[in-house]
Design a binder for this molecule. Structure first.
Ligand SMILES: Cc1cc2nc3c(=O)[nH]c(=O)nc-3n(C[C@H](O)[C@H](O)[C@H](O)COP(=O)(O)O)c2cc1C
Length: 320
């Protein structure tokens, strides 16, 4: 029997496979499709203080190896979540991470205040990185100082560990990671969607109503993996890897590069069982190598000797 459990901020996850915010509803919608008890954890759809309608349609387009979305954080609001959804989620033996969003600092704090009074949430994940809103999240995610100030304020109020979900659109994601770690973050989630767009050549119009949106899915995996590797070398807190993970092999790449856990996002749309298959695959991989725990794999990447001590690793000198 392989022990797949990992611990982040004192919370034990039975395995390192979580579902990513916004791609798995509030969790309960997937109960008819898979055994939620098997998951390491569920990250809820982003919760704001007031319910949000989100952006106008069209707000999702397919792209090579993934999709571009501009949902705009549609959600039922934190009070409805606590009243109507959380009691159902609590029945499952899995960790619940509430993904928190606000348009300004006070709104983040309002959401946390409501969640603090609720049973059944294990940690908060601050979304400071959504590219699909015109103000708020994006600014926090792109500026280390802003990200740190928000993290500090949330940490002061939060009764539970705070994970900070970083933006891949920041000039240097490592700088933001270091800043939020200093501000007290218990872990960082790396990464959110990458700003992109799509054009209909027949109408010559952008395919998304908001013109730009967030690219996700296998297309972004190499970029997300590189960011996880860089961030893991710069902070001591755990890194949760996200971006295009669809198979156990993908998950293993992230764990070996330094992630303590991973989240499955866009893959849930085309294979609702993806997370379960990843857990099975991790088990098999460990068994085949006679590993009784997943822990030795985390951050076990073998680097060329000249790069072993390089923080964040230098840019390789490649000819393009
Ligand atoms: C339709 C959609 C909605 C999303 N909503 C949220 C959200 O509410 N909060 C958040 O932090 N991330 C949100 N994300 C980002 C995902 O959680 C994840 O970080 C991103 O999609 C990259 O992972 P993937 O390539 O496995 O999908 C959303 C992504 C998609 C595709």
């Amino acid at each position: 029997m392989v022990d797949l459990s990992v611990t982040i901020a004192g919370i034990r996850f039975k395995n390192p496979v979580l579902t990513a915010s916004g791609t798995f509803g509030y969790g309960v919608e997937f109960a008819p499709l898979l055994d939620l008890n098997a998951l390491g954890g569920i990250c809820t759809k982003g919760l704001s203080y007031r319910p949000l309608e989100g952006n106008p349609p069209p707000r999702i387009v397919e792209t090579h190896g993934g999709m571009i979305n501009s949902i705009g954080l549609q959600n039922i609001g934190v009070e409805a979540f606590v009243r109507d959804v959380l009691p159902q989620l609590r029945q499952y033996d899995t960790r619940i991470i509430a993904n928190v969003f606000g348009f300004n600092r006070d709104e983040y704090l309002d959401v946390i205040r409501v969640l603090n009074d609720a049973d059944g949430v294990d940690a908060y994940e601050l979304n400071i990185s959504c590219p699909n809103v015109s103000s708020g999240g994006m600014e926090f995610g792109n500026d280390p100082g802003e990200a740190a100030r928000l993290t500090e304020a949330c940490k002061r109020l939060a009764h539970r560990p705070v994970f900070v979900k970083l933006s891949p659109n920041a000039p240097d994601i490592g700088d933001v990671a270091v800043a939020v770690e200093k501000a007290g973050a218990d872990a960082v989630s790396v990464t959110n969607t990458i700003l992109g767009m799509s054009v209909d050549i027949y109408t010559r119009r952008p395919r998304l109503a908001t013109v730009m949106g967030g690219v996700s899915g296998p297309a972004i995996k190499p970029i997300a993996l590189r960011m996880v590797f860089q961030v893991a070398r710069r902070v001591a807190i755990p890194v949760i890897g996200i971006g295009g993970i669809a198979t156990a092999e993908d998950a293993l790449e992230f764990l070996i590069a330094g992630a303590t856990a991973i989240q499955v996002g866009t893959a849930n749309y085309y294979d609702p069982l993806a997370s379960i298959k990843i857990i099975d695959g991790l088990n098999r991989y460990c068994k085949q190598r006679s590993l009784d725990s997943i822990l030795p794999l985390i951050g076990s990447i073998e680097l060329p000797t000249n790069l072993r001590n390089a923080e964040g690793c230098q840019q390789p000198d490649v000819a393009s």
